[in-house]
Unconditional design. Structure first.
Length: 397
């Protein structure tokens, strides 16, 4: 319910005809009794009270505001024609001048400079001609009021249009910058992968070639020279160890931590409850749901699911605030493993965009999910907070 005003404004922004229709109806309702009222800034001694056709023209003119954003200059022209028609009949125009001023602002705010100047000129001309037709050309107070009001609204409309164009340019520039940054990141990532692939190829090709030669030699002398065969096998063993060590060092270049690689078995989905308990001890209130019957998971998917939960909960602990809550759902389905981590993000400084919560860890998680053909969605929740949702397809065994 907290975002209701913002959602209402967004809905009205997507459906501008509805607020314009409400404004037009309200003005038409108020214009009928105002047709029989004398305004303090205008001398209406020479005007007659509008008859039934005159009231119809007044109401119809006010209702033209319904289309003020679609055809503002056309609506202004029609209202000006209505005002001149009533003036030629020496009848009171009621609040049609208000509708005309609203349209002057609308043209200035939503159309180009030339058309907005034409709208301002048309409003001045309409007022002048109606004053001449009703014999009120000497009413300088009314002329000054209309001139100041129309000019002020025109300047306001132009300012709104220029500010809107400036913000649109800023958004477009930010999008271009983001696209360029993503392109640079992809290029750097592709270049790094290509370099690692070449180095791994060289390492593996060299050592496998040597191991092949040694194995061939051991096979030939196995029966006649057992000691030589043992030496060849020892060389193969040593060469294999060297190849593994070099491969680890090359892949380790991509790691940011200096800690040595763990030799313990890699964690998986079955370790997620222990991970949730650790987060609760660290101060993040976390709840876990495991749905479905757990089957045999591929080791890579099992590890990727655990790392996803670990990284998402770590981000929640860092960014969601001291009173935040998190929910972890692991769903075992037919041919699919779904993992979802959510938080309510009620911290003192919640993130304003998904980019504030997606660091290098989640970039790595995205790579893992893509590697196993999964789908990952990372971003803010509609009701507040943040969400990481992944689906891993499982091959039928």
């Amino acid at each position: 319910m907290r975002n209701t005003p913002g959602r209402l404004r967004a809905w009205f922004h997507r459906h501008p005809l509805i607020p314009d229709a409400l404004l037009a109806a309200l003005l038409a309702v108020v214009a009928v009794p105002c047709a029989y009222v004398t305004f303090p800034f205008r001398d209406t001694a020479g005007l007659n009270e509008p008859d039934a056709p005159g009231l119809v023209l007044i109401v119809a003119g006010c209702l033209l505001l319904t289309l003020r954003r679609r055809r503002p200059f056309l609506m202004l022209s029609l209202i000006s024609l209505t005002v001149l028609t009533l003036a030629s009949l020496s009848q009171h125009g009621s609040l049609l001048w208000v509708a005309a001023l609203v349209l002057v602002y609308t043209v200035a705010a939503h159309r180009g400079l030339a058309l907005s100047l034409c709208a301002l000129t048309l409003s001045f001309a309409c007022h002048s001609l109606s004053a001449v037709a009703t014999g009120q050309s000497g009413d300088w107070m009314a002329h000054l009021f209309v001139a100041v009001s129309a000019t002020t609204l025109w300047i306001t409309g132009r300012s709104v249009r220029l500010r809107r164009a400036y913000l649109a340019e800023l958004r477009d520039r930010a999008e271009r910058t983001e696209r360029a940054r993503e392109a640079d990141t992809r290029a750097a990532r592709a270049e790094e992968r290509s370099r690692i692939a070449r180095e791994l190829h060289d390492v593996v090709a060299h050592h496998v070639s040597v191991m092949t030669v040694q194995a061939s030699a051991a096979r030939r002398v196995l029966a006649t020279n057992p000691d030589g065969a043992r030496e060849a096998l020892s060389a193969i063993e040593e060469m294999g160890r060297t190849a593994l060590a070099e491969m680890r060092s090359i892949v380790g270049v991509l790691r940011t931590d200096a800690a040595p690689a763990e030799r313990n078995p890699q964690p998986g989905v079955q370790e997620i409850p222990a991970l949730v308990d650790q987060m609760c001890e660290a101060g993040l209130r976390t709840r876990l749901w495991i749905e479905g019957e757990r089957g045999q998971l591929p080791p890579g998917v099992d590890l990727a699911a655990y790392r996803l939960v670990q990284e998402a909960l770590t981000n929640s602990l860092r960014h969601a605030g001291p009173r935040a809550q998190a929910w972890v759902t692991v769903r075992h389905g037919p041919g699919e493993l779904a993992v979802q981590v959510e938080d309510d993000g009620k911290g003192p400084k919640p993130p304003r965009s998904a980019g504030d919560r997606t660091g290098h860890g989640l970039v790595g998680i995205r790579e893992r999910v893509a590697l196993y053909g999964g789908i990952l969605r990372v971003g803010p929740r509609p009701e507040g907070g943040f969400e990481v949702n992944a689906r891993f397809p499982l091959k039928e065994v």
